[in-house]
Design a protein around this ligand. Structure first.
Ligand code: GDP
Ligand code: MG
Length: 297
């Protein structure tokens, strides 16, 4: 017999329609900004894994591929299958809703929830609920439609009631040794994260003007002592799209790169020298390298 406490470790999927706060929740759960959030949806192109390790448990959070990419209208069969497959292979699912909003898009996601895996209803944006009674009525309406293993009301943005949420998830993690080192919070490398941060700023500051065919490429990522030297190219399809990204007298691109640099310095915990420029890449859509980078080939 050994008196070593049992360790639990498992996979937790965070699902919900765009904008309910999945990325914000994951960032707060792991205490670091790794999955990129934005007011606009669809910025998380890749499956991002976040890891939270405690003394006797490790939570591995996954963003389900498929939910980010569906368009208005029905989910297609292949996508349905990929979502169902990935949800079937986790130990627990967090189904996120925005408090007081239960839309047809939420119901589409709900239709894909697994029956055999425990699903916890997470009502996010607690700050948007008027009072307890209306919130309870909202929860009753939703729980009438699916058998949840638990319900938790949180505010991802304000970091409220996240400990309570983890308390609900913990019992669903199987007994297992940790799968990742305890100080690891993501399996993404810094190069990838740097590109994601720039991508997020482009979404944030270009808004509706965002060129449809645009990509971000890390051309250089070098350590110079403790300094990271990073060169990033924003690739647009047409010459006339360049000024959209650059802005009047370069102010847009300057704002984007300054904010991206500050985020990187926080995330990497060190000084960053960042250069961002815009290039025209004719015919990039045919370039398999980009498709591969997006995981689309
Ligand atoms: P995702 O598309 O589901 O990953 O959603 P995001 O995490 O990108 O969040 C979408 C928007 O909701 C962002 O503007 C967040 O700041 C906001 N948000 C997230 N959590 C909360 C919350 O608890 N309260 C409020 N008021 N806004 C939130
Ligand atoms: Mg997201």
């Amino acid at each position: 017999m050994t008196d070593t406490p049992q360790f639990h470790c498992g996979f937790v999927a965070i699902v919900g329609r765009p904008n309910v706060g999945k990325s914000t929740l994951m960032n707060h759960l792991i205490g670091q900004k790794i999955s990129i959030t934005s007011k606009k949806s669809q910025t998380t192109r890749h499956r991002v894994t976040g890891i939270h390790t405690e003394d006797t448990a490790q939570f591995v959070f996954v963003d389900t591929p498929g939910f980010q990419t569906y368009h208005k209208g029905a989910l297609n069969e292949a996508l349905n299958k990929s979502v169902k497959d990935s949800l079937g292979s986790v130990d627990c699912v967090l189904f996120l809703l925005e408090a007081m909003r239960f839309t047809s898009a939420d119901k589409e996601v709900m239709a894909l929830l697994p029956k055999k895996t425990p699903v916890i209803l997470v009502v996010n944006k607690l700050d948007k609920a008027k009072d307890r009674l209306t919130l309870q009525a909202f929860i009753d309406e939703v729980t009438a439609e699916f058998e949840f293993a638990g319900v938790e009301v949180v505010s991802a943005k304000h970091g409220q009631r996240l400990a309570e949420l983890l308390d609900q998830v913990r019992p669903h993690l199987p007994e297992s040794m940790p799968l990742y080192p305890e100080d690891m919070v993501t399996d993404k490398n810094e190069r990838f994260l740097a590109a994601e941060i720039v991508r997020e700023k482009l979404f944030r500051y270009l808004g509706e003007e965002l060129p449809y065919e645009m990509n971000v490429e890390v051309e250089m990522f070098e350590m110079d002592g403790a300094l990271r030297r990073i060169h990033i190219a924003v690739l647009v399809d047409k010459e006339h799209q360049k000024p959209i990204v650059i802005g009047k007298a370069g102010e847009k691109l300057k704002k984007i790169s300054t904010e991206a640099r500050l985020d990187m310095e926080k995330l990497f915990d060190g000084k960053v020298f960042l250069q961002v420029w815009v290039k025209v890449k004719s015919g990039w859509a045919d370039d398999v390298r980009f498709l591969r980078e997006f995981g689309l080939d």
